[in-house]
Design a protein around this ligand. Structure first.
Ligand SMILES: Cc1ncc(COP(=O)(O)O)c(C=O)c1O
Length: 497
């Protein structure tokens, strides 16, 4: 490549630094937010991955284009087919319709590009992360010994917590590995796959994950106690017990006090079993006077995963791992990397790299801080309450419904419900439920999810958009009724297979 080309490229990137240059791309984001929030257009379109891939199958561009052309192409090639999470009828997965102030901050985070690996690479944001982590550990109810790190999300937070638990259970693990007979992890039937994945990643193997059955979609406390008693009797060491605060399928909260009691009883004297709470989804309950009781006992955990990119409505990615004793996190990674990590204890106390899974890491803490600055913790709590209220609203709307039945009381912003079409055999219901969800989502009128609960396919909503109100919940029910009627008509007129 000639130096001329590099100079031309340099001129291009200098030209792209202004707000005016950024306008075509930023305008796409602003137009998306301002238009979609009204809820007037479709929530999604429905093209297969192959159709979209065909549209994109061009060779790699070798020449530059004006940023405005790039924005136009981006819009016409891709934006029609996004799922519009800012649409109030998107009531699907646990991904937020993000807070706009945090969205704009994402561009600033990228522009500044401070890596959180070590303090000298992020002189402002390293102390900021310590401060924001301290806000969150205060909320949990811990003292100044507590610490934490931001993560890419709940999966990484739980993995990191379990690495810390591993170091406690096997002090020489960093050097000698887990050995032939490592301790077990204990978790509920409804735990997120982050737990078993961590067992795979850490070299424990799936056989070392002890699954405790659920009762009413929460960890069964008698079953947990029986399991811990049996493990103790067999002399099997427990690395950690994982409870869930806001489980993925139903948003239910385990009884954290009772789980903590069991950890105390079945640990060594004065050394409770390590309790990790996956509050990736339900952590926001801590902020809400109406919901804080659901996480009572959280302070007795030794580590907590909490995703602001879920119910605090931040854009991806913003996860948090909090630990009651910051030294636990340091012990998780006994990493030597003299080219980056200083042996100087004072400097190391600030560096996040030694206590985080990632090396280069975005300063996502800035958008969490901006969210608190812009909206305030009380308003974020009020938004969480509203999300939960809409799930409750749907629960109420389905009471006495002829075909749809709520399957649990919503404890957060998630509700699972079944479609019980009349005169349809049980063995046909799963396929029909999948078909109804697909038909409803394809219609563009809304977007929901489905899951398998207690062995059957069911419909599921997670209210992650603060704009979703009572009229949208009513529209969801009437939309499902209409699509269900069409589907049944087809089903009944189709010749038997
Ligand atoms: C309870 C729970 N834990 C962990 C996760 C994983 O979080 P992430 O996708 O941020 O890694 C989820 C995601 O849905 C979850 O519901």
């Amino acid at each position: 490549m000639t130096d001329d080309l590099a100079l031309d490229a340099l001129a291009l990137l200098e030209a792209d630094t202004t707000l005016e240059a950024a306008q075509p791309i930023l305008a796409l984001a602003a137009e998306y937010l301002t238009q979609t929030r009204l809820g007037e257009g479709p929530v999604s379109s429905w093209h297969s991955a192959e159709v979209i891939a065909d549209r994109l199958s061009e060779s790699m561009p070798r020449r530059s284009r004006p940023l405005s052309d790039v924005a136009r192409r981006l819009s016409s090639l891709l934006l029609d087919d996004v799922n519009r999470l800012a649409h109030p009828m998107y009531i699907g997965h646990q991904v937020s319709a993000p807070l706009p102030a945090a969205v704009w901050t994402d561009a600033l985070i990228s522009a500044l590009n401070q890596s959180m690996a070590v303090r000298e690479m992020s002189p402002s944001f390293t102390p900021l992360e310590h401060q924001v982590v301290a806000w969150m550990t205060d909320l949990v109810g811990w003292d100044a010994r507590a610490g934490g790190t931001m993560t890419s999300g709940g999966t990484e937070a739980t993995f990191t917590a379990l690495l810390a638990a591993r170091s406690r259970a096997i002090p020489d693990v960093w050097t000698n590995g887990v050995g032939p007979n490592p301790p077990v992890l204990v978790c509920g039937e409804h735990a997120h796959y982050a737990v078993s994945r961590a067992a795979g990643e850490m070299g424990l193997g799936m056989h070392r994950v002890v699954i405790v059955p659920s009762h009413d979609h929460r960890l069964s406390i008698p079953a947990l106690r029986d399991q811990l008693a049996a493990l103790k009797q067999h002399g099997t060491k427990v690395m950690a017990v994982v409870a869930t605060a806001g489980c993925t399928a139903t948003g239910s909260f385990d009884d954290l006090e009772a789980v903590a009691d069991a950890c105390a009883e079945f640990g060594a004297p004065g050394q409770p079993l390590w309790l990790h709470v996956d509050a990736a989804h339900g952590g926001a309950a801590l902020l809400s006077p109406a919901h804080a009781h659901r996480v009572r006992g959280l302070a007795r955990a030794r580590s907590v995963a909490w995703d602001p990119h879920k119910t605090l409505l931040l854009p991806l990615a913003a996860g948090l791992l909090l630990v009651r004793d910051k030294h636990d996190l340091e012990a998780a990674f006994t990493q030597k990397a003299p080219y980056l990590f200083t042996p100087n204890e004072d400097a190391r106390a600030w560096d996040m790299g030694p206590r985080s899974f990632q090396c280069s890491r975005r300063a996502d803490v800035l958008k969490l801080w901006v969210a608190f600055e812009r909206y305030g913790a009380d308003a974020l709590a009020a938004l969480y309450d509203r999300l939960c209220r809409m799930a409750q609203r749907l629960h109420t709307a389905l009471q006495g419904h002829a075909e749809f039945a709520a399957l649990h009381e919503p404890e957060s912003n998630i509700l699972c419900f079944a479609w019980n079409p009349p005169d349809v055999a049980m063995h046909e219901r799963d396929a029909l439920t999948n078909a109804l969800r697909e038909r409803y989502n394809r219609s563009g009128r809304g977007w929901i999810t489905a899951t398998t609960l207690d062995g059957r396919r069911v419909l599921r909503v997670t209210v992650m958009n603060a704009r979703t109100g009572e009229s949208h919940i009513a529209a969801l029910v009437s939309g499902l009724e209409a699509e269900a009627a069409h589907l049944l008509e087809h089903h009944r007129s189709a010749p038997a297979a």
